[in-house]
Design a protein around this ligand. Structure first.
Ligand code: PNS
Length: 197
């Protein structure tokens, strides 16, 4: 956007007045956000964040990290597949896509020309780690601002770790994760995939 010009927004286009006072319309740049995570596995809390993020940005790239220093239950391909399948049932179309990535998130954000990095904040306990990560990512990729979103209240207590723990001990997680993830957990943990009462 040229400096010194009066700028306003007309529907989904930016417009400005040139030096002769005529309105010049330029096409609005699409805003793309990246939502990174281990997603081991994707939960309803993650999906709640996707739902919120797509109302704020034109495009959302859900980026499954190959390695986050954690021992994952599901391998990289499985986590990508579980996320892809969970989102397929949501009919977001081309607005949302899933990618796998290795290396620095900041590099991916730059490559995608992301204007934002989406992270979920559930409780104060999340804050310190998220704060550190946001500041480091800001240093590495200035153009991408970290945006914290809260999941729906029903998922505030939810994490992939707690879901895996409940599932491992035979608890019912069918209200906490998408159906494909519940089936995958049952399969992975060697149990019948019948919905528990
Ligand atoms: O769901 P998680 O495990 O909290 O996600 C953490 C993740 C994958 C977003 C983070 O570990 C990450 O960005 N890893 C990629 C490597 C990287 O960029 N590390 C520096 C972060 S400041």
């Amino acid at each position: 956007m040229p400096t010194g010009c009066f700028c306003y927004i007309l529907s989904d286009h930016y417009s400005y007045l040139n030096q002769y006072g005529s309105t010049v319309a330029t096409k609005k740049k699409k805003s793309l956000a990246v939502y990174p995570g281990s997603f081991d596995p994707v939960t309803n809390g993650h999906l709640s964040l996707v739902e919120r993020a797509i109302h704020l940005f034109d495009e959302l790239v859900v980026a499954v990290s190959m390695s986050s220093g954690k021992n994952t239950l599901f391998d990289f391909e499985e986590r990508i597949q579980l996320m892809t399948c969970a989102l397929k049932n949501k009919s977001y179309g081309a607005k949302v896509r899933v990618v796998g990535f290795e290396g620095l998130l900041a590099d991916l954000a730059k490559e995608l020309k992301a204007v934002a990095i989406i992270r979920g904040l559930r409780a104060i306990s999340d804050f310190e780690y998220e704060f550190q990560m946001a500041l480091m990512n800001r240093k590495l990729a200035r153009e991408a601002e970290t945006v914290f979103l809260m999941p729906a209240l029903s998922w505030v207590y939810l994490s992939s770790t707690i879901v895996k723990d409940v599932a491992r001990h035979g608890g019912d997680v069918s209200d906490l994760v998408p159906a494909n993830v519940r089936k995958a957990l049952d399969k992975k943990l060697g149990r019948s995939n019948k919905k528990k009462k």
